[in-house]
Design a protein around this ligand. Structure first.
Ligand code: ATP
Length: 266
């Protein structure tokens, strides 16, 4: 009977996992940052990763597109599959993996190039388009999907770094979308934005859910509660509790989750 108490809600169970992490441990040199983390990421849902500073949320996120490979001294153990394929298998091309599993960072980081070139960058290096017309189409469609086209269509040659913070973040989302990802990882994408820009990004994330799987690290419990269907609570390198977002926030099973969401620590 104990096992029945631990199963996730039907809404989540019904959805197929696009990413599955099993017994993932991560070390920075001698220091262990994650300890045997298990998590299934449902397709076309928004999954939030929450928890106190330093608990390993970003470390886990970076495992999902092998960004930790670029961190000196970082070692990842365990197994992570994307559509059943081991993403750490030797034959996997990390550049292609990172196109399929795109990433948006805390601080908007457009290239010091034009708005057009920022979005065209990925399709160009991956050779995704045959000619200028096709590239134009991808750039415009990506800007549209990122909710930015209306604001920038008359100044595509202006520099991306000249946009407001919220617009820059939407430009970074357009840049990720341009290489046709299935999954978008977002590491505190609103933490550098004001409340209005934050609300626009949240709306956008909810719209994107229709076509993409989104995993978001956030310090804002309100944000996790507003936009995500599934939430995982990390604490000291482990997942303490994971489940349906509403259940986790209204009726957490673990005292540590309760303590965190009621502001007793963190
Ligand atoms: N490049 C690194 N080298 C060494 N230790 C690191 C590195 N990156 C992270 N760590 C350590 O790993 C642990 C987990 O860090 P991580 O950034 O994943 O946590 P987090 O939950 O995302 O924190 P925050 O919410 O503050 O961003 C922390 O103790 C951190 O100091």
């Amino acid at each position: 009977m104990q096992m029945l108490a631990d199963v996730t809600t039907p809404e989540i169970e019904d959805v197929e996992a696009i990413i599955s992490a099993k017994d993932v441990s991560v070390f920075y040199g001698d220091k262990q940052a994650l300890n045997n983390v298990n998590l299934d990421i449902p397709a076309n849902q928004i999954t939030s990763l929450i928890g106190p500073s330093g608990c390993g949320k970003s470390t886990f996120l970076r495992c999902l597109n092998r960004m930790n490979d670029t961190v000196f001294g970082c070692r990842v153990e365990g197994n992570i599959t994307l559509d059943g394929q081991d993403i750490y298998a030797p034959e996997v091309d990390e550049v292609l993996l990172r196109a399929r599993v795109g990433m948006v960072f805390q601080k908007p980081n457009p290239f010091p190039k034009s708005i057009y070139d920022n979005v065209a960058y990925g399709p160009r290096i991956h050779g995704l388009t045959r000619d200028k017309d096709e590239l134009d189409e991808v750039v415009l469609t990506s800007l549209e999907k990122a909710g930015l086209l209306k604001e920038v269509k008359d100044r595509l040659n202006a520099t991306g770094t000249g946009l407001s913070g919220g617009q820059q973040q939407r430009l970074c989302i357009a840049r990720a979308l341009a290489v046709q990802p299935d999954i978008i990882l977002m590491d505190e994408p609103c933490s550098a934005l004001d409340p209005i820009a934050t609300a626009r990004i949240e709306e956008l994330i909810e719209e994107l859910r229709e076509n993409y799987t989104i995993i978001i690290v956030t310090h804002s419990m309100q944000q996790a509660a507003r936009i995500s269907q599934k939430t995982a609570f990390f604490h000291m390198g482990e997942i303490v509790e994971v489940g349906d977002t509403e259940q986790l926030f209204t009726n957490p099973r673990d005292d540590r989750t309760q303590g965190y969401i009621t502001g007793r620590f963190g």
